[in-house]
Design a protein around this ligand. Structure first.
Ligand SMILES: NC(=O)C1=CN([C@@H]2O[C@H](COP(=O)(O)OP(=O)(O)OC[C@H]3O[C@@H](n4cnc5c(N)ncnc54)[C@H](O)[C@@H]3O)[C@@H](O)[C@H]2O)C=CC1
Ligand SMILES: N[C@@H](CC=O)C(=O)O
Length: 804
């Protein structure tokens, strides 16, 4: 025989009922020997509890009760629920009059949900000519007298069940009420949380069933709750021991006690989806899985109680007093943490028991308060427990570090000494993010990196396209899932928690909305986005004002914009302090030499103690192109300059290149990498723009480019033979001092020299160090261009993603 158990969501009106009937009908047609155990339909149990709560407070409850009846009776005119509804009317009326109720009354009320459910399914099956028998489990399962959480008396119950099934066997399908039972005085009791599963597993045990199939609204047991962790994967098979751990730590499909009767008789349990017939579900058996499973389970609504006091130091029996006092009032404690000094003890209880627990302890420790041995008992409300099942401490640093990086600081954690489970208490508002971070880390299924891109011009736009093009490949190769949840320009933003797609340009035009940085931060928070990176692809100083808020809100930063690194040295230090405080990182490899690996090389050389004595070269890709071309071709300066602009080598305002600011910034960024504290004002810059063209809008300047032709034709002609023009940056002097010398200038160099041979838009950087002597390390290559720069920014994103 197979026991089929259906949960409340499976039995909801509409598709639910239809699906359940279909499953039973098919099994009967296939001549399978089945027994069906049912929960109450929909949210019946919760609704009855709510009505009870209103009735006891003498509030208006009748409306909700009528709605309950209407839902339960729905269109099923062939079923007579008069008895059940009258019972509910009477009981609620009594509770309302008395302003009180006992657990016994509550059990009588709640039991009606299962009775209604089983009566209904029995009748529908009968109407389909299936031999169904309504089986009231109160006649079978006999329990002790603990209302609300009764314990079955096995011997009696087993006898009843066997007798009943001898009477109703063969082609009769018994439709059994789950959850409810009766005590030896024939009073209704209930089996507590997950009671219907318990009924099903007791029947499976007594009848030595071949399998228990528990039909739910999900496809099985997942590595985490898929409603909270979209990346969660179904676990195909697990052992009873593992299931037990999951159940103990709050996996809401199972309760530990429901598994025990199955373990006893080695009966497999299959968790199935009522609504997905193809799915094989999760099979739980006595066999241990080879690798051991890992899964995350959650106790969502708990509170953390903290008892503190200097006088507790070394005192024997304090813990015993706490647990005894709580146990006397039936309050269970789930996670405990105690410092070695015994000055305090923290533990977790169910949220709705927290206040009661506090007052119980205040009574218990009244005299200790008086003697000042106990200084306070506090409740941290709205916390949740995440348990990582299958996790031992040897690799726990990985999820733990990832949590800290995502600004989730656990309030408490503990591990089981023998098993492989670690539990963490986190603030409830951070639960969603914490789960996703831990899940990504322990399963390495794919770590989701949530990216906000500010500036979608040449570089930013190319970056978005590069990411969208290669993200699948990156996910399969690196297990990194890049999700662009925001793309913004100076006025509008496109937000999508699930990530933008190839239509982003169109979408930002049509759906883009105005925004502030706080709204972006809130959006990330509201959508529980983890591993956040903000990318600055603007050239804006205004945008850099957002860096600190972003860092404080858990974003790492990547920037092609050079401004933040070249504002005052104070700001330069401030941002680094903030990064350190918030354990965030800031990468800006493209700030100097676009996609060339320059910053990292300089950083490493400097960090390793190599004395860098000078850095010199052509720092600007656009000006490199300009002078390389202009020096050897007989074309007007303005024409070549326009070409550099059109090729996307220049800054958004090309005067930033021509005036030397861009090279100056790059030089200053390198100087600061060497721990020099230079300011921008310290740079000697040769401005290439003649005085009269410096003022006004960029547009006006672009209209007057030809005015530059004469000036630079003259400069070109005045050179020595076989010389070419190069605009260079030079960092020199005693670089072990506080400040170095920074020069940006136009020079004429022999065509045959290293600088003279630079082609196209290449940059060249000569790095002189003590060990390398007169032979500098040379880094050369494309120094500008949207594609190479975007690639460099992409590299920084991946570096952050991999560092975790
Ligand atoms: N083009 C190149 O070869 C290289 C460029 N860079 C840097 O890349 C950055 C971007 O350059 P391009 O893409 O060429 O510029 P662009 O002018 O094409 O794009 C800039 C984008 O930033 C947006 N923006 C401006 N102010 C903003 C604000 N306050 N908030 C949000 N968005 C804002 C604009 O709307 C535009 O979408 C610049 O900082 C540049 O120095 C760095 C290395 C090489
Ligand atoms: N405008 C810059 C772009 C790279 O930083 C340049 O020309 O080098």
């Amino acid at each position: 025989m197979k026991i089929l158990k259906f949960g409340g969501k499976s039995l909801a009106n509409g598709k639910g009922i239809e699906a359940v009937i279909n499953i039973i009908e098919n099994k009967v047609k296939n001549r399978e020997d089945i027994t069906v155990v049912l929960s109450a339909r929909g949210n019946a149990t919760d609704e009855l509890e709510e009505i009870l709560d209103k009735a006891v407070k003498n509030q208006e409850y009748q409306g909700q009760l009528e709605a309950f009846k209407e839902y339960q009776a729905s269109d099923f005119s062939g079923v007579d629920f008069t008895k059940e509804f009258e019972t509910l009317d009477k009981l609620f009326e009594g509770v309302s009059l008395l302003g009180d109720y006992s657990k016994r009354i509550k059990d009588q009320i709640l039991s009606q949900g299962e009775v209604i459910s089983a009566k209904l399914i029995t009748q529908i099956l009968k109407e389909k000519n299936i031999k169904a028998h309504f089986t009231d489990s109160r006649e079978l399962i006999i329990t002790d007298g603990q209302f609300g959480d009764a314990q079955p008396l096995d011997k009696l119950s087993k006898e009843n069940v066997i007798n009943h099934f001898q009477k109703y066997n063969g082609d009769t399908v018994n439709i059994v009420t789950g959850f409810i039972a009766s005590n030896t005085k024939n009073e209704t009791t209930t089996l507590g949380r997950n009671g219907s599963n318990y009924t099903a597993s007791l029947l499976a045990n007594y009848l030595e069933a071949e399998e228990l199939q528990s039909f739910t609204h999900v496809n099985g047991i997942y590595t985490a709750n898929p409603d909270l962790v979209p990346e969660a994967k179904k676990i195909e098979k697990l052992s009873f021991t593992e299931a037990n751990e999951l159940a103990y730590f709050g996996a809401n499909i199972l309760h530990a006690k429901t598994i025990i009767p199955l373990i006893e008789k080695n009966i497999p349990l299959r968790i199935l989806n009522t609504f997905d017939h193809e799915n094989q579900g999760t099979l739980i058996t006595g066999e241990a899985s080879e690798k051991g499973i890992k899964s995350l389970s959650v106790l969502e609504n708990v509170a953390l109680i903290n008892l503190e006091g200097r006088g507790l130091l070394g005192r024997v029996g304090v813990d015993a007093r706490i647990f005894k006092a709580l146990a006397n009032k039936n309050i269970s404690v789930s996670i405990i943490s105690q410092g070695s000094s015994e000055r305090g003890i923290g533990f977790v209880v169910e949220a709705d028991k927290a206040k009661e627990a506090k007052s119980i302890l205040e009574q218990e420790f009244e005299s200790d308060f008086y003697k000042r041995d106990v200084s306070g008992i506090t409740i941290e409300e709205a916390v949740s427990v995440i348990s990582i099942i299958g996790q031992d401490l040897s690799t726990f640093h990985k999820p733990y570090n990832a949590l800290i990086k995502n600004q989730v600081v656990p309030l408490l954690f503990n591990n089981t000494v023998t098993g492989k489970n670690v539990s963490l208490v986190v603030r409830k508002e951070q639960l969603h993010r914490a789960l996703n971070v831990i899940h990504g880390e322990i399963f390495e299924i794919s770590k989701k990196i949530n990216v906000a891109i500010f500036g979608h011009g040449l570089v930013g736009g190319t970056l978005v396209d590069q990411i969208l093009k290669s993200r699948e490949q990156i996910e399969s190769r690196k297990k990194i899932k890049l999700n662009i949840f925001a793309i913004a320009n100076s006025s509008k933003i496109l937000l999508n928690a699930n990530g933008v797609d190839q239509n982003w340009k169109n979408d930002i035009t049509k759906k883009g909305v105005s925004y502030t940085i706080n709204e972006v931060i809130k959006f990330a928070d509201d959508n529980h986005l983890e591993n956040l990176i903000a990318i600055d692809n603007t050239a804006s100083q205004k945008f850099t004002e957002n860096y600190i808020s972003l860092v404080e809100s858990g974003f790492d930063l990547v920037s092609s914009n050079k401004v933040a690194n070249t504002l005052s040295f104070d700001f330069y230090k401030k941002i680094r302090i903030k990064l350190e405080e918030n354990q965030k990182q800031y990468l800006y490899e493209t700030n100097v030499g676009a996609g060339l690996p320059l910053i990292d090389t300089i950083k490493l050389l400097h960090l390793s103690g190599e004395n860098i004595t000078r850095i010199k070269g052509v720092f600007s890709g656009s000006l490199s192109y300009l002078f390389n071309t202009f020096s050897v071709e007989e074309r007007p300066f303005s024409e070549v300059l326009q070409e550099a602009i059109d090729k996307g080598y220049t800054e958004p305002d090309p005067r930033e290149d021509l005036c030397g600011n861009d090279v100056g910034r790059k030089l200053l960024i390198l100087a600061r990498e060497l721990d020099l504290s230079n300011e921008f004002e310290d740079i000697n810059i040769h401005n290439l723009i003649p005085e009269p063209l410096r003022k006004g809008e960029s547009k006006e300047f672009l209209e007057k480019l030809t005015e530059l032709d004469k000036v630079y034709e003259k400069v070109k002609q005045e050179q020595n033979p076989d010389h070419v023009l190069r605009y260079i940056g030079d960092l020199w002097g005693d670089l072990s001092q506080e400040k170095g010398n920074l020069d940006v200038k136009l020079v004429s160099v022999p065509k045959s020299s290293a600088l003279g041979q630079v082609k196209g838009s290449d940059s060249i950087f000569e790095i002189y160090t003590e060990s390398y002597g007169d032979q500098p390390i040379v880094i050369q290559g494309a120094g500008a261009g949207a594609a190479v720069t975007a690639r460099g920014v992409f590299g920084d994103i991946l570096r952050l993603a991999e560092r975790g």
